[in-house]
Design a protein around this ligand. Structure first.
Ligand code: SDX
Length: 416
């Protein structure tokens, strides 16, 4: 293990310290680089740049491993609920029985919205994308919540975001707003707020509840991804929690990020509609002149299987079998994965299915419409976003302000 690295620039020697993480990830600490050498680094997309130290989640992209506060995702998915996982991600340890009971009760206590939220929703156009609606409502939520304790802000958001998501869904399908049912657990309450019909009794389906619980856990945190970095960046300027989370949602909405789950299903439907010729579409994805990419494939960090995709594939198969659905999209997805993983282009570029490749198939099977998929991703990622915002404040991270290499005009005078 090195403690320093030596740079030799134009005959001058510089030493920079090396930082090691607990899982042996390592970094050259260049925080004094410009001051000592006059150079900055250049790293579009921050592919090689660590922006902070964090203890929330860890990804080993080469091995295809994901840890939440040290616990492998495969164990969490088997042994924990989404609410236990949220507690773990926010507080660093799994809750004991008393802590879990109090956490769940505090969430239920904040399970209400100011009446003006519904009035605001009425003025948002029906045709607006649900992610735009959710992000706007989250932003405005700030106006109605006065928190004495910072911890209460996190509980408010955990309690209220499912309500905003359900309101968004029911606006889309034209249903009346529903109210939370405090007799139900978090996931069952969420599903009831989505799907209950006023004049009919609501049938709880444990298969669907279990699938959604697993999906939200799979999305709960993922290091410094684009939307989490957005949340941390806004927080570093001392923007409020709600506006930072709202901005994170907007980043997540992008098709290359959380919007990919909707794009995957649209892609699979297009492949089916065009006759299901998988080889043709794989060639399209490889053709540099064609902007088409295999949505749900590839990842900045995973150069092996995304462990979440493996679990999501299993959940998709179980849900479809248990619900007795015959879904040609799942069969097509499995075929496409098989063919792509045999293709030298995908093998050489280490492109594997990511979480978004199978998650949409599960959402669709449990009745969530395509343009609501990223809303569900946001519900899952909420604990991670909040934990990173909290950690950024505890770390007292400096305001995020990257440098640039300027390639515009040199100084010149206005001639007039
Ligand atoms: C998420 O960061 C996270 O953790 C995100 C996330 C989370 O939980 O927060 O995991 C959630 O966003 C998952 C990713 C969802 N997006 C998609 O599925 C969209 C399709 N995938 C790609 O757009 C792409 O793979 C990214 C955006 C995911 C990653 O992009 P990178 O790391 O910038 O890689 P790149 O674009 O530089 O690609 C490297 C090479 C390129 O070829 P060359 O220029 O080297 O010849 O691989 C090719 C790319 O053209 N490539 C693909 C491809 N993905 C990369 N070619 C075809 N199809 C693809 N999907």
């Amino acid at each position: 293990m090195y403690s320093v690295v030596n740079f030799n620039i134009n005959g001058y020697h510089y030493k920079f310290p090396v930082i090691y993480g607990t899982c042996y990830d390592k970094a050259i600490n260049i925080s004094k680089l410009r001051e000592s050498t006059g150079f900055i680094t250049f790293d579009p997309g921050f592919k090689n740049t660590g922006m902070t130290k964090s203890s929330i989640s860890f990804i080993d992209g080469e091995k295809g491993e994901l840890l939440y506060r040290g616990y492998p995702i495969e164990q969490i998915i088997k042994k924990c609920s989404f609410i236990e996982t949220s507690y773990l991600i926010l507080n660093g340890e799994l809750p004991d029985t008393a802590q879990l009971k109090s956490f769940s009760e505090r969430i239920k206590k904040f399970n209400h919205l100011h009446k003006e939220m519904n009035q605001i929703l009425d003025h948002i156009p029906n045709f607006y994308h649900p992610m735009g609606i959710l992000s706007s409502l989250t932003y405005i939520l700030d106006a109605f919540i006065d928190c004495l304790q910072e911890e209460d802000m996190y509980i408010h958001l955990l309690a209220k975001l499912p309500m905003l998501a359900a309101l968004t869904y029911r606006k889309k399908v034209g249903g009346p707003p529903t109210h939370p049912d405090h007799h139900l657990d978090y996931i069952s309450n969420l599903l009831k707020m989505f799907f209950s019909v006023p004049n009919q009794s609501y049938e709880h389906n444990p298969i669907i509840a279990d699938a959604l619980n697993k999906l939200l856990i799979l999305h709960a945190d993922h290091e410094q991804n684009c939307s989490t970095t957005t949340v941390r960046l806004l927080g570093s300027a001392h923007a409020g929690l709600f506006s930072s989370i709202s901005a994170g949602m907007t980043a997540l909405w992008g098709r290359l990020h959380g919007g990919a789950n909707q794009a995957v299903i649209e892609m699979l439907e297009d492949i089916l509609k065009s006759g299901g010729n998988i080889k043709k579409w794989i060639e399209k994805a490889k053709n540099k002149k064609d902007p088409f990419r295999l949505m749900g494939f590839g990842h900045r960090i995973y150069k092996n299987f995304d462990p979440r995709a493996k679990i999501a594939k299993q959940v998709a198969e179980n849900v479809i079998q248990e619900l007795g659905i015959s879904d040609p999209i799942l069969e097509l997805a499995k075929n496409l994965e098989e063919n792509a993983l045999r293709d030298s282009y995908f093998i050489e570029k280490k492109l594997y299915p990511n979480i978004d490749f199978y998650s949409g198939i599960i959402y669709q099977a449990i009745g969530i419409p395509k343009d609501m998929f990223t809303v569900m991703f946001a519900l899952g990622r909420l604990p991670g976003w909040m934990a990173h915002w909290k950690e950024m404040k505890l770390n007292r991270d400096p305001i995020g302000r990257p440098r640039q290499i300027y390639i515009g005009y040199k100084k010149r005078n206005i001639k007039k």
